[in-house]
Design a protein around this ligand. Structure first.
Ligand code: SF4
Length: 318
């Protein structure tokens, strides 16, 4: 496995009066997942479910409260800043809003070259040529080198951000909602580009999104999160055709069927998502679960493998 999270937990303190810690937001709870080299792992769930926190923990951009992060089999949880700096060269992140991740006063060629300078990639004199090649790789032209971010469309800006991520020859990229802010017509171009780059450069992706159709298209395996918990994980086709967790079933029921003659029965969840400060007892999904039984309030369901590669956290999954 290229990347592995083991029992990762993230709690954010909530300050009370006089700056004393009053309570904590339980953003991610005991989450374990692994991603193989060359794989695209899709992570889905409603906003606020802990997907982005998980992505940032995988890169150690935020520190796990407890648990471990392994990269290429090595525990990087306790790495020093210098060790992390070296490993980060291989791990990049692409955010939802490309404009805010680019310096508006820096020409885009220089922004891409900056990453190479930091990691001293190639000879200084050759870096400009390498930037031209990267621009070409992501579908832009060399004359774009001297332009500023505001001169580009949203889709082009996401291409620039991708070129900047590729400048350090990464192996693993966290794509955090990379197409959510784009026009539907542009989304497919960026998804195709991500797939093409993956084939060409043997990249591994953790692809975070709430759009299930996009995730189904790009992912090899999919994990579903609810209130900071991984509740189901399976190869993509298996998850979309045989979802076993009631939450996954409800999420999928809202996705239009590719064949318009076949309508899905919509499962509407009642009630609001509970506060991550005060998690429900037992199964965190029980207050909204249409299948809940009394035992669900008492015991936390373990995420267990029910079929090869298909893990489900539900007492009734068998
Ligand atoms: Fe629903 Fe109970 Fe399964 Fe949780 S454990 S998903 S409440 S049936």
């Amino acid at each position: 496995m290229l990347l592995k999270l083991e029992n990762a937990v993230k709690r954010f303190p909530v300050k009370g009066g006089c700056f004393r810690t009053k309570s904590e937001v339980k953003a991610v709870s005991n989450l374990s997942l692994s991603i193989a080299e060359g794989e695209t792992y899709g992570l889905v769930g409603e906003s606020g479910c802990g997907k982005s926190t998980t992505g940032r923990m995988a890169l150690r951009l935020i520190e796990p409260t407890s648990g471990k992060v392994y990269y290429k089999g090595e525990d990087i949880t306790a790495y020093s800043d210098e060790q992390l700096r070296l490993v980060r060269k291989e791990m990049q992140i692409v955010f939802q809003d490309p404009y805010s991740s680019l310096n508006p006063r820096l020409q885009i060629g220089k922004a891409i070259q900056e990453a190479m300078n930091i990691f001293r990639i190639g000879e200084a004199a050759e870096r400009k040529q390498q930037v031209y090649e990267l621009l070409h790789k992501v579908g832009l032209q060399r004359e774009h080198y001297d332009r500023y971010p505001h001169e580009f469309s949203g889709g082009q800006r996401q291409r620039i951000v991708l070129a900047r991520a590729l400048a350090v020859s990464p192996r693993f990229i966290v794509c955090d909602e990379p197409v959510s802010a784009l026009d539907v017509s542009i989304q497919s171009q960026i998804i195709n580009l991500l797939e093409q780059l993956q084939d060409e450069l043997q990249l591994t992706y953790l692809f975070i999104a709430h759009d299930l159709s996009v995730v189904r298209h790009i992912s090899d395996r999919v994990g579903v999160m609810y209130l900071g918990h991984l509740v189901e994980e399976a190869p993509t086709d298996e998850l979309f055709t045989h979802p076993r967790h009631p939450y996954t079933r409800a999420l999928l029921s809202a996705v239009p069927h590719p064949n318009p003659k076949r309508k899905r029965e919509r499962i509407v969840l009642t009630g609001d998502v509970p506060s991550p400060i005060q998690l429900p007892s037992g199964c965190v999904f029980h207050p909204r679960c249409p299948a809940a039984v009394p035992a669900c309030k008492e015991a936390v369901p373990a995420l267990k493998e029910r079929l090869a590669g298909h893990r489900v956290a539900c007492h009734l999954a068998d």
